[in-house]
Design a protein around this ligand. Structure first.
Ligand SMILES: [Zn+2]
Length: 335
């Protein structure tokens, strides 16, 4: 019969074509199109490896889902609250794409994505940020494991209610400032693990209105906050960052240093007793709390004090000064 011989010819051809289509679509697949598991390879596997690495969980980017990839995926799933099976299904794939996109948005973000310190705002469902991540880490460390991803999800809320109920806090899934300080204390979240610390390691005074940001000076307004302290009191980096300037200005700031914070602010310390070069070099990384100099009275100064400025990125390079007082008070409260 003619039609059956045609069928005999066409069916295998269709199977071959379908096979080619599968091959082609595997090569061009995007993450989220299919379930990825050990033994597979393709653009989507490469995309998965690249994005998970970008999200801070480095894995080798070969385009092949090896046993090493599987163990890295298990770790990623476990840590970030996905189903822990070492396979990346379509919805997990789309979640990873979205997380990477959100991370890029945060990196390029403006004021709406400013970072908050733990203890700076009330935390509740829908928020995200480093402070949410800190909360999740601390509560996990206290023996109440919860996914650590930096997003306050419904799962986070459920876990927080359980933690609050079990440990005698108000069980509403909203973590107030008071609760955050309780949690920080319980977890021994001290200076070394804080995002920011106060710049002066010793007793100090904020002075009066003349010390404030914006106070009138001859011909300009005061660009920072002055804080008096005994000469020689250690000065420390307020956050992790990089030393961008180590300078001297005879008629102005005296010995001064500029730190580019990883939080995307620049911090300026002036009138230091001697050059910061005794402690740090330009370009060097500094960690939060690391000594960078001492309080002094060099340059245009009437007594030992720290003149402290806070800039949006960067100092005399596209940025501008902002009033540092509320940040200083916050850091001071924890030191
Ligand atoms: Zn000043």
């Amino acid at each position: 019969m003619r039609s059956s011989s045609l069928t005999r010819t066409l069916l295998p051809l269709a199977a071959v074509l379908a096979g080619l289509l599968v091959l082609a679509s595997a090569a061009m697949a995007a993450l989220g199109d299919r379930t990825l598991r050990q033994g597979m390879s393709g653009d989507d596997v490469m995309q998965l490896q690249r994005l998970v690495t970008e999200l801070g969980y480095p894995t080798s980017r070969t385009g092949t889902f090896t046993s090493r990839t599987k163990s890295d995926m298990l770790n990623y799933e476990r840590t970030t609250g996905l189903r822990v099976n070492g396979e990346i299904g379509p919805s997990e794939g789309r979640t990873i794409v979205r997380r990477a996109q959100e991370r890029r948005d945060r990196m390029n973000g403006g004021p709406s994505t400013r970072s908050y310190d733990f203890g700076e705002r009330t935390l509740s469902e829908g928020l995200r940020g480093g402070d949410v991540l800190t909360l999740q880490r601390l509560v996990t460390r206290l023996g109440y494991p919860t996914p650590r991803y930096g997003m306050f999800t419904s799962r986070t809320k459920r876990d927080m209610i359980r933690y609050e109920r079990t440990t005698g806090l108000r069980a509403n899934g909203v973590v107030s400032l008071t609760e955050q300080s309780v949690i920080a204390r319980r977890a021994g979240h001290g200076q070394s693990s804080r995002d920011h610390v106060f710049p002066i390691r010793g007793s100090h005074s904020y002075g009066g209105s003349g010390s404030r940001f914006g106070a009138p000076r001859s011909g300009h307004s005061h660009g920072g906050q002055d804080m008096s302290a005994a000469s020689g009191t250690p000065l420390v980096a307020v956050t992790n960052g990089r030393v961008s300037q180590v300078r001297y200005q005879a008629g102005g700031g005296g010995y001064y240093v500029v730190i580019q914070g990883d939080d995307r602010y620049d911090y300026v310390y002036m009138h230091m007793r001697e050059s910061a070069s005794s402690w740090v070099k330009p370009g060097q990384r500094v960690r939060v709390g690391q000594q960078i100099g001492r309080v002094g009275s060099t340059g245009s100064s009437t007594g030992p004090h720290l003149h402290f400025e806070m800039w949006t990125a960067h100092w005399f390079d596209g940025g501008h000064r902002i009033d540092p007082l509320s940040a200083l008070k916050r850091w001071d409260a924890y030191s």
